[in-house]
Structures are given as C-alpha cells and as structure tokens.
Design a binder for this molecule. Structure first.
Ligand SMILES: [Zn+2]
Length: 395
C-alpha cells in the first residue's frame, strides 16, 4: 500500500484535513482500522502517545479515532466500529482533539529543552522517555544531584522565556555527518532534526510547539536513582499549571489545619510532631501508673478483667501483662472500639488460646497469639465480652 503522507510533520498546528480512504479493515475483537492517503493524526511513537479525534464520512457518519499506529509507512486509525460507507476511495474529513495534542506538544518540546540542558551541563544522555497521562517520565544515563537538577530546571526555563524558534530540518547524509545531535538510535532513511538554538538538537519525528515560549513552564516534580542514572517525573505547560494549582489547594488545606502562614507550614508541622511525641511519652508514663494502680487491688488468685477506654493494642498488652504480675487467675484487658471491643487475654501459667478461640466464636472476634497471651478484637461490646469471660471461667 502507498505510504501515508504525514501532514502532522509538515505542520504540527494543522487540526483538520481531508484525505481518501485507502483501506478499511475489521479488527479481531471488534472495531476496525482505516488507512488514508494522508493524515493529521500522530501515531504512537518516540515516547509520545497517539492522537485522538474523529473521521467524518460523506454521509455524515462520525467515527471516533481511539488509537493510531504506523506500520511499514502506513498509518492505521483504530475506530470502535467500521461503517459500510468507509470504502476505499471515499473522502474523509479528519479532525484531531487539539487540546490533547497541544498538551503532548508542550510536554515533548519541554523534554527536548530539559534533555539538551542536562546533556550540556552533565553529559547526561536521555535513555528513556514517555509522556504518561500524569507526568513525563525521563531517564538519564548518569546520576545528578538535587542541586544539579535545580540548576538544569532553571536553565531550561530560561530557554522558555527567550521564546526561541523550534526549527525542523531534513539535512542530507553529508550535512548530518558534520552535525552534532542527540539520537536514541540509528535512523534509516531521511533524518528529521529538531533544533532549539543553544538548547538542543535531536533527531525526532514527534510534534513540537513552534517556539519555546509555548512550553510555558518546565517543572521537575520528582527524581529518583534508577539503573545508574535518574528517573525524572516532569510536567510542562498546562500540566505544570494544573500541578501548581493542586499544590496550592493542598497547601491551603494544610494551612487551615495548622493555623499557620504558608511559609511557616514546615515549622508548624515540626512543632505539632514534637508536641505529639511529648504527649505520647507522657501518656505512656500515665498508663504505667494507671496499670500499677489497677493491679495493686487485685488478689493473688482472682480473675482480673479490666476495661479501660482509649487503649491501643500496645496499651492492652501492657495492662494484661501487668495484671499477670498480681494474680495467677485469668487476666483480661478490654477497651471499647468503634467496631466493638479490643482485648488482650493472659495467664501467668497456662494456655489462654482455647479461651480466645471460644471468645472469638461467641463474640464475633478475631485474633490469637501465644499460650500465655492472646490479642484481638470482637464485634461485641466490652460488657458482653466480660460477661462471656466470667461465665467461661466458672464453667
Ligand atoms: Zn521531539
């Protein structure tokens, strides 16, 4: 079949075109794929997702394009259902989802600027690139410090501010031999070079903004060490604005919770954390005194069943152990929870596992442990658990 003319390469801002259908084929599993003489739809490749949009047939039928792939020079447009009117020779009006495409152009061009900057500053090669639905993933060949990344981010944005032209050229083999450019692989046939003066030169078939100013903002969101280099998460343009707005919303919520000025939130969190640590320490000591007092009035052989509100699993465990120091009878620490009751059963000498199993069965509980001590929770209230334990102890 005749190779598809790439309208999107000649003009990345072209959103509509008319072309003739060359082939329309059903696909296994439903739907079909359509090839035309030319297309404004970018096919998935080079880290950039395919375009979406519509194909309108002469009878008014509108086909949604959900995916676009290139194979052997032919670009295939995936549609959920083929129309009988989609026959070879039929003219089709193409229209891409421009908002979707422009977002990819911003991310893609921003990636060129940042990759070129990281290459110039640190000799970093871009060894992985993918425009995801949330952020752009970029993998570098060498590790880069947080300060280095901050420097590269700032320099990359200076190229945005200068609003430089993004130049497309198709050099001859001889011209290419004398050019310095980034390339991910050996390219056959005509090479397309994307040049941003001073920032980057790279062999690329993707769609780019006409000038760097349209990238808006380049922001590195996160960086982690990955396969000897860095894996960066980057957003540009509209995505960067959305990210800043989301950060502001999160900050507003935090500011309201802390009653602190935005610039003071980190200090306020540190203060709250320090207060919490001090409170936990004080509570640990007070619980120790309470458990001593509760154990102090237990006779040496009685069953000691005590309910204390507000205990966490560690507190239940501590109380049960403390009670076993006072009596060789059954010891039980209980606490009401929003789902029923938390419990810890213990006995200085003996096995509380059979009793725990019976408690779980009778009171809708789950949990277990070692012979001397078992812990868990029940859907029944503490009063019901205590009644069951007293009944069981007597039988
Ligand atoms: Zn590109």
């Amino acid at each position: 079949m005749h190779p598809t003319e790439h309208f999107y390469q000649a003009d990345a801002y072209r959103t509509e075109a008319s072309a003739l259908i060359l082939a329309a084929e059903p696909l296994d599993g439903g739907g079909g794929r359509i090839a035309m003489t030319g297309t404004v739809f970018y096919p998935e490749g080079g880290g950039q997702p395919s375009d979406r949009g519509t194909l309108t047939l002469p009878d008014g039928t509108v086909l949604q394009v959900t995916d676009v792939h290139e194979k052997d020079g032919v670009i295939w447009h995936t549609v959920p259902a083929l129309s009988p009117a989609a026959r070879p020779g039929t003219p089709v009006d193409q229209r891409i989802d421009w908002e979707w495409r422009f977002d990819k152009m911003q991310q893609h061009t921003g990636e060129h600027i940042l990759s070129g900057t990281l290459h110039r500053l640190f000799g970093a090669e871009n060894v992985g690139f993918h425009i995801g639905s949330e952020a752009v993933r970029m993998d570098t060949s060498v590790p880069i410090s947080p300060e280095g990344l901050r420097q590269a981010e700032t320099e990359a944005n200076r190229f945005v501010w200068r609003d430089l032209p993004v130049q497309i050229s198709y050099p001859s083999r001889e011209e290419l031999a004398h050019m310095t450019y980034r390339s991910k692989k050996e390219i056959e046939g005509q090479v397309r070079i994307v040049t941003i003066p001073g920032a980057d030169a790279c062999a690329c078939c993707g769609t780019h903004t006409a000038s760097t100013g349209q990238v808006g903002l380049i922001k590195i969101l996160s960086a982690e060490h990955y396969k000897g280099g860095m894996r960066l998460s980057v957003v540009c343009g509209g995505r960067a604005l959305a990210e800043v707005q989301a950060m502001q919303d999160r900050q507003s919520a935090i500011v309201a919770e802390l009653s602190a000025k935005p610039v003071e939130t980190a200090n306020a969190v540190r203060r709250v954390h320090a207060e919490l640590t001090a409170l936990k320490f004080a509570q640990y000591g007070l619980c120790g005194q309470l458990f001593d007092a509760l154990a102090g009035v237990v006779s040496p052989h009685e069953d000691a069943i005590r309910t204390v509100p507000g205990l966490d699993p560690d507190g239940l465990h501590r109380l049960a152990v403390r009670l076993t120091e006072a009596t060789d009878g059954l010891c039980a620490a209980l606490t009401p929870t929003d789902k029923g009751c938390g419990y810890c059963l213990a006995r200085r000498e003996g096995d509380v596992r059979p009793l725990t199993k019976a408690l779980n069965a009778a009171c809708g509980g789950r949990g277990g442990g070692k012979p001397g001590i078992c812990q868990g929770s029940c859907s029944a209230a503490p009063e019901a658990v205590e009644a069951f334990l007293r009944e069981a102890a007597h039988s």
